[in-house]
Design a protein around this ligand. Structure first.
Ligand SMILES: Nc1ncnc2c1ncn2[C@@H]1O[C@H](COP(=O)(O)OP(=O)(O)O)[C@@H](O)[C@H]1O
Ligand SMILES: [Mg+2]
Length: 281
């Protein structure tokens, strides 16, 4: 009976395979108005459960960022229902969506978005200024998050003196201080060399092993192969690419893990265009 926008669904069956749904799309689509309108994300079904590491791949302009913006409550779908942690996000006003985003979603972007003249510790602390974390608690939580990403020895370093991989780990720490249930990453390794890409992927994999649900958008088939599951977006059409994308699970069209595709859902048996991606691992 609580009105607080913080519910785990009660009485819902626990997921058949893995955890409960974190993300549940029911016919979710996003069309940008204009002449002509752009159907950037065609109506689709998608269920992502706790503990999954989902990678999303597809060509430029295919709708990946549109998907991420909807998932992260930065934008509203123009059709369909989006449940985040069981909560119907479409029924919420902007203040409730902002609060939900602050508590449940962490963001990591290609270009880090760190303040250059603030230390790593300050950058992570600043992420807590607007979410109601008491000032007295901020430094300790920021330090713990930086230790978690392997930067306990770099608390006082400025981003301008850090490698790209270190900067991205600061950005990940900043996302972690909110203890999100979902970590959304848009091309997190897009600005990194191979070695730093490996470090960031190892970190995301470790966070996922600790129970964090992770979603990574990427152009890179080797990065996509790090997921426990991959979906593709092509011309706004979301499709399942099979577990790990490179793991030879076949082009399953398991868009909804419940096996219920639903009317009007975008379902295309078009596996990753990269084939096996060359990643033998
Ligand atoms: N705010 C917007 N208004 C109109 N069209 C948009 C807007 N944002 C993206 N688009 C269009 O939607 C499509 C998908 O874009 P996007 O989601 O950014 O793709 P990706 O991230 O895969 O490169 C593209 O055709 C793009 O031009
Ligand atoms: Mg994009």
């Amino acid at each position: 009976m609580s009105e607080a926008p913080d519910p785990r669904p009660t009485g819902e069956p626990v997921g058949r395979s893995g955890g409960v749904p974190v993300i549940e799309f029911r016919g979710v689509g996003r069309t940008y108005s204009g002449r002509p309108p752009v159907a950037a994300l065609k109506p689709c079904e998608l269920v992502v459960r706790t503990g999954e590491f989902l990678t999303v791949t597809g060509p430029s302009g295919s709708g990946k960022s549109t998907l991420l913006n909807v998932l992260g409550l930065l934008d509203r779908p123009t059709t369909g229902t989006y449940l985040l942690d069981g909560l119907d996000t479409g029924a919420l006003g902007e203040p409730a969506r902002t609060a939900l985003r602050g508590r449940r979603v962490g963001f990591v972007f290609q270009s880090f978005h760190l303040l250059p003249h603030r230390t790593a510790l300050e950058n992570v602390e600043l992420g807590m200024v607007y979410n109601g974390t008491p000032r007295s608690a901020r430094a300790g939580r920021a330090r713990a998050a930086l230790v978690r990403v392997g930067l306990g020895h770099r608390l006082g370093a400025l981003p301008t003196r850090m490698s790209g991989g270190e900067r991205q780990r600061v950005a990940i720490a900043r996302a972690l201080v909110h203890r999100p249930s979902l970590l959304l990453c848009d091309e997190p390794t897009g600005n990194l060399d191979t070695a730093n890409t490996g470090l960031v992927l190892d970190l995301l994999t470790a966070l996922n092993a600790d129970g964090m649900t992770v979603l990574v958008i990427t152009h890179d088939p080797d990065v996509a192969a790090h997921g426990t599951r991959t979906v593709t977006v092509r011309d706004g059409v979301l499709a399942e690419a099979g577990p790990g994308a490179g793991a030879g699970a076949g082009p399953g069209v398991r868009v909804d893990a419940n096996g219920d595709v639903g009317a009007g859902a975008a379902v295309v048996a078009d596996p990753m265009p990269t084939g096996r991606g060359g990643g033998v691992g």
